[in-house]
Design a protein around this ligand. Structure first.
Ligand code: GLU
Ligand code: MG
Length: 451
């Protein structure tokens, strides 16, 4: 749809407010809405936002970052392909924006542009990427100072699906109405925990879909009297909320899955091994891009399927990269890598861009993952000597460790570019400084609400 058609469609549908949105360096979705009367003009010239917004931590505490002070603006310029009417709010619409400079160039701190740059590098190497996010989240109610889960149901329990049926069905309808295709639904291990997954798409679209998804789930839950929380660990004694990221590399026409090779033991191509090799090498710093919040490190721990070790393996849910078993009859098409130390406090553009940057580095350098990292058991069951013999190391155990690892990873920070990397690291560090001075209740309360 072009701008004129969008305006017409919005007018015909009675839309009054159209939100231009982006996802920031803290994984928070932010935006401003234009009234329908100014839509046509703003679809062209965007909406101005102070550059300081990319220096804002997830508690809205402004950090000092060169180029992000009180002077200067970026423009949120909408990508018209992402325009969607909101089925749960009939007089509103939503569109995802790129951050542009005043001379109409991508602003170097724009996360969506980072992903586009990584995809362009992939295209230069003959690769196009398909991705899918697999988000988990809780339904809960606020009771005074605490949050109480919707139910006490069990993993995959049909009883849990009974309690949540009304609100989940409303979400399914709202997601479908916005063009998202549903893959599966089930209740997860945690009390009140849900998993409703979306079919894969081109990597940029998959990241856009995740924003639309988070918005839809939060809004529909709210309308049904529930809070949906995507926080990585909303309840310390319950399972964490992962957002595992599935990725596959295809040829330029999108016809052949280049990660697939029927003749290999794991049915993976040489390209897939190089890609895994890059991920394994960069995982320490990459973790900050996929698990960026203080609360992320309460989730990442052995024995909780969130993964805690740098290793990979077929259908291994305790490995950082799982090679999922294939669908019978569509082995080539269903081959993908599942990156597990990721959660929805991450910015999906930065998370996906980071994984692709790491993987492409492995492809360029023809890296092979060290032999010992391929594992068909739970790494937590190996003793220290066995882990050392295999070369299996822990993922960063704290936000601070992850920050230090990213600071030391020039491949990833160079891929992000100085403005995005500096601002990202600065806001992550400010969160560490704040939350490390407070207790778990404080951390959980604030993350519960914001994600
Ligand atoms: N909840 C787990 C996590 O934190 C994942 C459980 C699963 O494998 O679906 O990643
Ligand atoms: Mg799950």
């Amino acid at each position: 749809m072009n701008a004129e058609e969008i305006v017409q469609r919005a007018r015909d549908a009675g839309v009054r407010l159209v939100t231009f949105a982006y996802c920031d360096n803290s994984g928070i979705i932010r935006g401003k809405a234009t009234h329908i009367s100014g839509l046509e003009r703003r679809l062209n010239s965007g909406i101005g936002v102070t550059t300081a917004m990319q220096a804002m931590g997830d508690m809205d505490r402004l950090q000092v970052v060169d180029g992000m002070g009180p002077v200067g603006e970026f423009r949120m310029v909408p990508d018209l392909d992402t325009f969607t009417m909101l089925p749960y709010a009939p007089t509103r619409a939503f569109v995802i924006a790129d951050m542009m400079t005043m001379d109409r160039k991508p602003w170097p701190a724009c996360p969506r542009d980072f992903l586009k740059r990584m995809l362009a590098q992939g295209e230069g190497m003959g690769l196009t990427f398909q991705a899918a996010m697999e988000p988990e989240w809780y339904l809960a109610r606020r009771d005074g100072d605490v949050f109480v889960p919707m139910d006490e149901s069990l993993d995959n329990s049909t009883l849990g699906a009974t309690y949540s049926q009304e609100v989940i069905d409303a979400m399914v309808q709202a997601l479908e109405a916005q063009g998202l295709q549903i893959e599966q639904y089930h209740t997860e291990v945690g009390h009140g925990q849900q998993e409703l997954s979306i079919t894969h798409a081109g990597a940029l679209r998959a990241a856009d879909n995740h924003l639309i998804y988070r918005e839809t789930v939060r809004n529909v839950a709210w309308q049904h009297g529930w809070l949906a929380s995507f926080a990585p660990k909303p309840f310390p004694d319950q399972a964490g909320n992962g957002c595992h990221i599935h990725l596959s590399a295809w040829d330029a026409n999108g016809e052949r899955n280049l990660f697939y090779d029927a003749n290999n033991d794991l049915e993976l191509s040489g390209l897939a091994y190089h890609f895994i090799g890059g991920i394994m090498e960069h995982l320490p710093g990459l973790t900050l891009l996929t698990s960026p919040s203080m609360n992320s490190y309460r989730r990442i721990s052995p024995g909780s399927w969130s993964t805690a070790y740098i290793c990979y393996g077929p259908d291994n849910r305790e490995a950082a990269v799982r090679i999922p078993s294939r669908f019978w009859g569509s082995e080539m098409a269903s081959t993908n890598l599942e990156f597990r130390p990721a959660d929805s406090s991450s910015n999906p553009y930065i998370a996906l861009g980071g994984i692709i940057a790491a993987g492409l580095d492995g492809v360029r350098r023809q890296l092979a993952p060290p032999e010992g990292l391929l594992i068909d058991t739970d790494p937590a069951r190996l003793n220290v000597d066995d882990l050392a013999a295999r070369g299996i190391k822990r993922l960063p155990a704290t936000l601070l460790e992850a920050i230090q690892e990213l600071e030391a990873d020039r491949t990833l920070t160079d891929a992000m570019g100085p403005l995005l990397a500096n601002s990202y690291l600065t806001v992550r560090r400010s969160d560490w400084e704040l939350f490390s001075q407070h207790d778990a209740d404080f951390e959980i309360r604030h993350h519960f609400y914001k994600y």
